[in-house]
Write a protein of this length. Structure first.
Length: 219
């Protein structure tokens, strides 16, 4: 390891829905605006019957709300996990490099994070453009698509040389056993997935716990 590598802050790739944001904002927007039955599509994806992108196209198909209504609802739903400010502060101080990797959509991620997106060294998510006949979904990161994932979290970690990942869900499973340190939200599907396979993960509830584990000092 050369001197520069030694001094470089560690890079952590972080998921959005259910991880940085307390709620799965995408699911909650479907709960608000989609016709009933969208949850059945989500269940089919988790059983491996659909790719995530195909599941999302079906889940969102009946949503005809316009951008303003969706962004307003996103901000209502968009509480960040406890310790997020400390995490952002660590990024601001150069103690940690953050990369955002979400299978969700810019429409609500940008509405919720706003200027704080500039604290990330890189961001990866998909695009949703509302329309009166249903939204248009775009999955632009084709070079990061693997298997059922339009944005494979393990591929993002590989691209950034990240040895740290924080996540919660079914769409984060690719990191298990691949990324050296996986922080999994306590009680989440990702934690369950790791436990079932005997893959170590660090359960967490707040980002203060994550920063303490990484020995990133408080300001
Ligand atoms: Mg998630």
């Amino acid at each position: 390891m050369d001197k520069e590598d030694h001094l470089a802050p560690p890079t952590m790739v972080i998921d959005f829905d259910g991880t940085l944001a307390v709620h799965d904002v995408g699911d909650e927007l479907c709960e608000t605006f989609a016709e009933p039955g969208w949850r059945d599509v989500g269940a089919a994806w988790r059983r491996g019957e659909l790719s995530l992108a195909d599941a999302q196209r079906r889940m969102w198909a009946s949503v005809t709300a316009d951008r303003t209504r969706m962004e307003e609802r996103a901000r209502e739903l968009g509480a960040l996990r406890e310790g997020a400010d400390a995490l952002f502060d660590a990024a601001r101080r150069g103690a940690l490099t953050l990369v955002l990797a979400s299978g969700g959509f810019g429409l609500y991620i940008e509405a919720i994070l706003g200027d704080r997106l500039s604290l990330f060294a890189a961001t990866y998510y998909n695009r949703l453009e509302p329309g009166p006949a249903g939204p248009t979904l775009d999955f632009p990161h084709r070079d990061l698509a693997r298997g059922p994932y339009a944005i494979c979290k393990a591929a993002v970690c590989e691209r950034h040389g990240a040895h740290l990942f924080a996540g919660d869900g079914s769409s984060d499973r690719s990191v298990a056993g691949v990324v050296p340190t996986v922080f999994a939200v306590e009680g989440s599907l990702l934690a369950l997935h790791c436990n079932e396979r005997g893959v170590p993960c660090v359960p967490f509830t707040t980002f203060d716990e994550v920063l303490a584990h990484l020995r990133v000092p408080a300001p």
